[in-house]
Ligand binder design. Structure first.
Ligand SMILES: [Fe+2]
Length: 382
């Protein structure tokens, strides 16, 4: 059982952000306010094809700011892509970064920023508070609602050589400003809408039960869960509804403010391990692990998990556990697979568990889990 007091010392870090329809068009003005002359615009081929990178480019041009585009970013951004972006940033003589896309381009842009300002390989910054020199100005424009890279002090980069994800956590990774516009979300495929929504739910749940939670993060986490409960199923039915899209963006914002300051837990530690080894969608990994981690953690924070369960199942009948409520929500959205179905093999569990055990997110999990405990959770989710 965790003992918490509201008198425990806590800090809360958040970027400046502008929310609402048309926020994307403020990119040029914001860059000019930061004194930026030339921007490296970091995006990916899908977002570029949807026209959002071009729209941001127009805003930069109207503000008199030149730019070059770097779109060599994959799902689960790789260290080599970050270093290629750093080369582009330096050779193009840029002095600011604009990221347009989901978590992958935003994390890649964060990596390019700190690698450039410190002139070091991105993998050297793994862990907590290991970035000595701040990054150049960074503007983030999310086109998905879930990663919260647009507000967080996290960047997750894949170390290809070792097939593992590296978590970099530093205040220097908080963007200077984020522009939260619901319109770019309308071109996102439904499967991505679902996966990123479940990522946001995992952020909110894990930060609410985290050892480092606080009254400031609790408020954001609980409201994020309520918003996801209502808006995610609805937006799957009406993906062009801007109000619903904005509700999912708000949910991502609140969940991001919560987890950026309270950190995460075993769901993310275990999802990072799978994502690094198998290159799977991060949100889907979380969705398939969440209920199993809740079941394993429950006794360490029963009141908190019960409060989450009540959001999904308001009349507690004494039979529906929080883990079952979350599982029912997942199934109602059409996520019915297992880890085995997405390619995780039983003989890989030992290695996956050892890597998850060493992930920085495990530090704030409400229950101290051994490698054997983690293996058992993987087995149940298989
Ligand atoms: Fe996540």
């Amino acid at each position: 059982m965790i003992r918490r007091s509201q008198l425990d010392l806590r800090k809360f870090v958040a970027p400046e952000f502008i929310c609402g329809y048309g926020a994307l068009q403020l990119a040029g003005r914001c860059a000019r306010n930061f004194g930026v002359k030339r921007v490296l615009l970091v995006t990916d081929p899908g977002v570029r094809a949807a026209g959002w990178a071009e729209a941001v480019g127009e805003s930069l041009t109207e503000a008199g700011i030149s730019f070059s585009v770097f779109d060599s970013v994959s799902v689960n951004p790789r260290s080599t892509q970050v270093m290629a972006g750093m080369e582009a940033y330096r050779s193009e003589e840029c002095n600011g970064l604009v990221a347009v896309g989901g978590g992958s381009p935003m994390d890649c842009a964060k990596g390019i920023g700190i690698a450039s300002s410190n002139m070091r390989d991105i993998l050297a910054f793994e862990g907590v508070d290991r970035v000595p020199v701040p990054a150049p100005p960074l503007i983030c424009i999310p086109t998905t609602a879930g990663s919260s890279a647009d507000v967080s002090q996290f960047a997750i980069i894949t170390d290809e050589a070792r097939k593992r994800k590296v978590a970099i956590i530093s205040k220097t990774l908080v963007p200077d400003i984020s522009l939260l516009d619901p319109e770019p979300l309308t071109t996102m495929p439904l499967e991505l809408t679902l996966d990123t929504g479940m990522d946001a739910l995992s952020h909110a749940v894990e930060s609410y039960v985290s050892n480092a939670s606080s009254p400031m993060t609790d408020m954001h986490a609980l409201e994020a869960i309520r918003l996801i409960r209502d808006a995610l199923p609805a937006v799957m039915e009406r993906p062009d509804d801007l109000d619903l899209r904005f509700s999912t963006l708000l949910a991502s914002l609140y969940a991001g403010l919560a987890f950026s300051n309270a950190s995460l837990g075993a769901v993310h530690a275990m999802a990072h391990s799978i994502g690094g080894a198998c290159d799977l969608a991060h949100g889907r990994c979380n969705a398939l692990l969440l209920e199993h981690v809740i079941a394993a953690n429950y006794e360490a924070a029963p009141d908190r998990y019960d409060r989450i369960g009540e959001i999904f199942c308001p009349v507690q009948d004494g039979r529906t556990s929080p883990a079952e409520s979350i599982a029912a929500f997942r199934r109602s959205l059409g996520i019915t697979g297992t880890l085995a179905a997405v390619g995780v093999r039983k003989d890989a569990i030992g290695t996956l568990a050892r890597r998850a055990y060493a992930d920085p997110c495990m530090v704030t999990n409400p229950r101290r889990l051994t490698c054997e405990d983690i293996e058992r959770i993987y087995e149940r989710a298989l």
